[in-house]
Design a protein around this ligand. Sequence first.
Ligand code: ZN
Length: 253
Amino acid sequence: MTDLDVKPGTVADGVPHDLVRLVREHSRATVEGDNRTVLDDFRPDRIGQLIRMAKLPPNLVSSELLNIAPEGNGIVAAVTRYMAADGTGTVLRARWIEIPKGWVVTEVRNLPDTPPQMADTGPAEDGLDTPFWEGLRVGELRVPQCEGCENFVWPPRPICPRCHRFALTWTPVEPTGTIYSWTRTWQPFTPEFSGHLPFVTVVAELPQAGNRRLLGVLLDADGVDPKIGQGVRAEIEPPWSPEGWPVLRWRLT
Ligand SMILES: [Zn+2]
C-alpha cells in the first residue's frame, strides 16, 4: 500500500496525488450518499447529464479505485468498483479534467459498455412491423419486399411506393450492411438510458435489401468512432423479459 492507500500499480505515472485523493474522496462520498460533495465534483455545465449517465445500486458499502491514468488532452480516467450490501459490484469510469476551480468529473459511464434496453420495444400498434419482430424471434432479419417489382420497402407500409401494389412479403435477408450514418448519445433522455451512456446508434444500409436502412445500437462502441461505409453485422439480442421482444443490434465487422 502507498501513502494513498491504493494497491501498487493502480496509479499511473503522471497522475497528480491530489487528484488521486480527490477521486477517492469522491468515491467515498458516493458510497455515503453525500450528494452535496458528489455534485460539487461534477463539471458545473454538465451536472444534469452526469447525475443520470451512470447507474449505481442502492445500499453501497465500499469503493475501490481499480486504476487511474492520463488519457491525453488533459483528461485523467479513474475506474472505481463500488460494492453493494448484496455483494454485487458495479464498475464506473469517470473522466476528470482540470478547470479553474480544480479537478472535476466531465464524463462518467458504467463498465462494461452495455446497450440500453427500452421498455416499449416490439411491434407498433398498427401491426405493420409485427413480422419483423417475429422474424427476430426465429433469428431472421426480415424486410418487406414487393411481390410485383421486387422493391424492398422500409419502414414497413401496406403499399409498395414504387409500383403501388399491396402485395408485400417479408423476405429474410443477410444481416449485414454498411454504416450510412451514426451518432453517439450522451444525454439520459429516458430513465432506461442510465447506466448505458454514452452509446452509439448506427443507420446501416443493407445492399442485399435494396439499400434500405435500418437503425440499431452499435455493440462494444465505447471509445470507437465508426467510419461511414464501415461494415456491420446484425446480432439479435434475446428478450430481457418473458413478454418482451428480441432486439436488433449492430457490431462492426
Ligand atoms: Zn412494387
